[in-house]
Design a protein around this ligand. Sequence first.
Ligand SMILES: Cc1cc2nc3c(=O)[nH]c(=O)nc-3n(C[C@H](O)[C@H](O)[C@H](O)COP(=O)(O)OP(=O)(O)OC[C@H]3O[C@@H](n4cnc5c(N)ncnc54)[C@H](O)[C@@H]3O)c2cc1C
Length: 507
Amino acid sequence: MSPAEKTPVRVVVLGGGTAGWMSAAALARLLGDLVEVELVESEDIGIVGVGEATLPHIRGFVERLGIDEAAFMKATHATYKLGIDFRDFGKIGESYIHPFGSFGEEVAGVGFHHYWLELQRQGMADPLGSYSLAVEAALANKFAPPAQDTSLASSYGYAYQFDATLFGPFMREFGLGIGVKRTEGKVIEVRQDAESGDVTTLVLEDGREISGDLFIDCSGFRSLMLGQTLGEEWEDWTPWLPCDRAAAMPCDHVTEEIEPYTRAIARPAGWQWRIPLQHRIGNGYVFSSAFISEDEACEFLLANVEGTPRAEPRLLRFKAGRRRHSWNRNVIAVGLASGFLEPLESTSIYLAQMAITYLIELFPLGGKADARDRAEFNRLVDMEYDRVRDFLILHYHATTRDDSEFWNHVRTMKVPDTLASKMELWRETARVEKYSDGLFYDASWIAVYLGQGVVPDRYDPRVGIPDPARVARAMGSLQGAIRSEVAAMPGHREYLTAARERLAEPL
Ligand SMILES: Cc1cc2nc3c(=O)[nH]c(=O)nc-3n(C[C@H](O)[C@H](O)[C@H](O)COP(=O)(O)OP(=O)(O)OC[C@H]3O[C@@H](n4cnc5c(N)ncnc54)[C@H](O)[C@@H]3O)c2cc1C
């Protein structure tokens, strides 16, 4: 190790939202003495703080940082999440769950869904979800942690639904405890080196200056360093993802049981979320302002929530897209400063987490970023965004809804070539494009394709070989085994109540 590599890299994180505190805490914890981390945040500006549903990857993040799950859940009023219940997306009146889990098992190298398609053609199959333990447990409002072996009880994962306004502060406490320095103040100027263009110093309103070697831009939609100072171009994905507003509103619980899943209900100009937390339900209408006014959307939300509202609808504005590069010079953007994809599949916190993970892997020890590492980081982040983008577009495009201008638009729009070819492959072969990195593998795509009625023209011909009645019996016994597992699981609230250390104080 050269002397330069031994000198800690001075990392300055701008922004104390979810992305900022996740970045600061992870860098401090996982790079230890190799870095000195300082975070600047402005209470005057505040955070977005509506992200409430996550993906299972967050568990690995929490664990790697050495955070105790129970303490984290208690502090953020978290519940468990087994998937998302999509209602009325393919057709009004139909619904399906996209689970954090699989459907059946491969037999003789052929994916389960090929057998399901064949049996369904012969009228011998039940809905796909009945072959998934995660789906059945979710529908029964049950929860138990998955087994750590290879049994049926290990065929699912889980994430959390939590109060995002409490997650940032929790990560802040954690970050401060492991040596992150916090500075409160509003940045009014970003200074650059005249020659290299690298950012050198942040100047605060009261004149204080904060210098560093590497700057993490977590300033939210403002993208103060990457967007404003370095002028990194914005790639606009509104033509494919036209939702650009959300009205958010918490309500009281209406039943004793807590659903262990998020609901996404398609609406005339977008969709509505319903996320159960320990003490309340988070609700929101994500909509396109090209198809409905803000006032109408707020009224619609008020008229379509269950339970007593705890506040007036709060309006948020955003755009789908991302900066062309997330790492430019010595500035790396994480979170909303890098890009935004609407919350239909709860991917935003995941995208921040992935950027942090890639940054740690490619971290410029010694302080000077290598152009190859920067290019690799940008390639990986682009890949993650592009995969999520295509998956989200599928939920809108794969519909037969023709009840409103919004759905007519998304149903008939031209989709990105990458998605068009994935859909073609599916329709012609029932196969899902294979990839080893990035988000959403086969089971996720299959759940949405079949859930929204995109039935392939052909599937693996090998499923014609076995005796269909025998396959039907095998699938029936899988359903039986799933039913027994679910029957033995505790209710979601029952599990939370028994694991008391996970419960927040009654409000
Ligand atoms: C409607 C909606 C629903 C969402 N739902 C989900 C969901 O279910 N799941 C999910 O994973 N994600 C969701 N998200 C995304 C999630 O909220 C964000 O990814 C997350 O909060 C990260 O935000 P951030 O930290 O990048 O930015 P912010 O929360 O905006 O934080 C920005 C920070 O920068 C600071 N700052 C800015 N300018 C300055 C300055 N000049 N000086 C000093 N400080 C400054 C602010 O003080 C603040 O601390 C949702 C987002 C929206 C809009």
